[in-house]
Design a binder for this molecule. Structure first.
Ligand SMILES: Cc1cc2nc3c(=O)[nH]c(=O)nc-3n(C[C@H](O)[C@H](O)[C@H](O)COP(=O)(O)OP(=O)(O)OC[C@H]3O[C@@H](n4cnc5c(N)ncnc54)[C@H](O)[C@@H]3O)c2cc1C
Length: 496
């Protein structure tokens, strides 16, 4: 690929060693698809070609597909000790499959046909994609068209016969320097005056005019000890679009060229977030289990495993992991098929699970830091433990549980240092809060959908304000109903 990655002031190629850690994570998504032990989760039959494909290229067709995606995500995150980084692309593809279909039905556009053609290419080449949703956003209280600088949200500045020209910047985007492509979707609802900002498309990562300002995070290298975690890393990117041409066949939404498409921006934003939060119900339990696993191990090595406070703390993390996973599982069970055929998980359960995970992330890290003691932040560098002069002394003062070799104690503390105290560890903590949308976004989505009037009926009955209480069941809500209502309104508008 053409070099368009900037790390600090350097312009680097994809072979820059600081990007290797992220690539090693993506590698796992290919390796496991070819491993007979994991094939059942990591591969699937394409509904458009009938070919066997990587599940990271699949559009979910059933409840089982959603469940398997969740299980695959959990499995792979265990293997890399954190974020698997390949989900954003396919979460946005699932969202596009629904919205482009709806738009074609209501407006007579041909975006779904374009999308299916792109999907075929995506599946055939086993494409790794990032999803660029988050705009720079400028003044948080202003809508895109109200910003002092009109480029704070990515926008179309020209619609031509053969495509569009876009300008702007998407920030905080995971995996882009080692993705084949990135998929751009809007990050919020767009009103009529925001029509230029209602845009979605896909491009190769090294496309003309695209600049990737990347912050890699990686583990400290080891000279003396081999361990999988040491090879893992991440890269977060500002994707700058310096007046970039996007050919029509890669454009999936364009309110600038056709203002009727503008209202679909909000649905697309919401639908990507929805699929991504459902994916979180697979990755976050894994992340919690990685932390719980390290906490249990360090408690054993510190000789405190049986203490009751340790059991309480471990059970807290395990409990959160199980509840978050159960929320995703249950939202798959309550999922519905959209008119495009794509399966949509339940919205309240998905958001409730994602929010529970986000709210607990620091508590989980706190437990791990608590049970580890201060050594995870003060551990002398590796060389000291292998030095001829001071190595034996360093190992001697690492001893804790007499049944555990000092080398294992060193490995354990070094591993937890990487998880908690490193660049990568810090990133994972913030990712746990904001990835997929800040907790407030989950609250907004839940409360938009939840029927609080029905909820109040319980109290009205109990307090004697209403004489009868209709049988109450939790509301099962997927964005499908909302889409149907919206689609009908658009079709009526078209007839008028
Ligand atoms: C490690 C990591 C990886 C990520 N990967 C991706 C990715 O691959 N793709 C992608 O598109 N995004 C990605 N994100 C971005 C993520 O989705 C955003 O960080 C998240 O949506 C929050 O947006 P923000 O960072 O702009 O924070 P802000 O929106 O600035 O939020 C900061 C605070 O302000 C509050 N706030 C914001 N607006 C308002 C308002 N109008 N009124 C009141 N309060 C408000 C928020 O609730 C929050 O409390 C990633 C983030 C992280 C940390």
């Amino acid at each position: 690929m053409k070099p368009n990655v900037y790390i600090g002031e350097e312009k680097v190629g994809r072979d820059d060693p600081r990007l290797e850690g992220g690539m090693n994570i993506i590698k796992e998504t290919f390796d496991c698809a070819h491993d007979p032990d994991y094939e059942d989760l990591c591969t699937v039959t394409s509904h458009i070609t009938g070919k066997k494909i990587n599940r990271f290229c699949h559009i979910h067709q059933s409840e089982e597909d959603l469940l398997k995606k969740q299980k695959m995500t959990r499995l792979l995150c265990h293997r890399v000790g954190g974020c698997i980084q390949r989900c954003m692309g396919i979460d946005s593809m699932n969202a596009l499959s629904i919205i482009t279909y709806e738009m074609d039905q209501a407006l007579g556009t041909d975006h779904y046909k374009r999308f299916i053609k792109y999907l075929e290419y995506f599946q055939d080449r086993d494409i790794v994609a990032s999803c660029a949703q988050t705009d720079a956003k400028g003044d948080r209280l202003k809508r895109p068209h109200q910003q002092e600088d009109p480029d704070q949200y990515l926008r179309v500045i020209e619609t031509r016969e053969d495509g569009i020209i876009v300008r702007g910047c998407k920030i905080n985007i995971t995996n882009t320097p080692y993705a084949d492509e990135f998929i751009v979707v809007p990050c919020r609802y767009m009103g009529p005056e925001d029509k230029d900002y209602a845009v979605a498309f896909a491009l190769p990562g090294d496309w003309e005019g695209v600049k990737l300002l990347t912050r890699p995070a990686y583990s400290k290298k080891s000279k003396h000890m081999e361990a999988p975690l040491i090879h893992m890393g991440d890269a977060e990117t500002f994707i700058i679009f310096d007046d970039v041409f996007v050919p029509n066949e890669r454009v999936f939404l364009n309110g600038h060229g056709d203002p009727r498409q503008t209202p679909y921006a909000g649905f697309l934003a919401l639908m990507f977030a929805h699929y991504h939060r459902h994916t979180y119900t697979g990755c976050k339990p894994a992340m919690s289990e990685v932390l719980a696993s390290a906490a249990a191990l360090v408690a054993e090595y510190n000789g405190i495993e049986k203490a009751s406070h340790v059991q309480d703390k471990l059970s807290h993390i395990i409990g959160i992991a199980e509840l978050v996973f159960a929320a995703g599982e249950s939202s798959a069970k309550h999922s519905e098929k959209s008119p495009s055929g794509t399966q949509i998980p339940d919205e309240i359960l998905t958001n409730a699970g994602r929010r529970l995970a986000g709210e607990n992330i620091y508590e989980e890290y706190k437990i791990l830091a608590d049970l580890s003691g201060g050594l995870i932040a003060t551990l002398p560098f590796e060389g000291s433990f292998f030095s001829e002069e001071v190595g034996d002394l360093a190992m001697k003062y690492l001893k804790r549980n007499p049944r555990v070799k000092p080398e294992y104690i060193y490995r354990c503390f070094r591993g937890i240092e990487g998880m908690v105290v490193s660049d990568l560890g810090g990133l994972m903590q913030v990712a746990g809060v904001h990835g997929g949308g800040s907790p407030q976004m989950e609250t907004i989505t839940m409360m938009m959908r939840y029927d609080t009037e029905r909820l109040k009926d319980i109290s009205k009955y109990l307090f004697g304000i209403k004489s009868k209480l209709k049988r109450y069941e939790r509301p099962s809500v997927t964005p499908r109903k909302m889409l149907e209502k919206f689609g009908k309104a658009m079709q009526r508008k078209k007839k008028d």
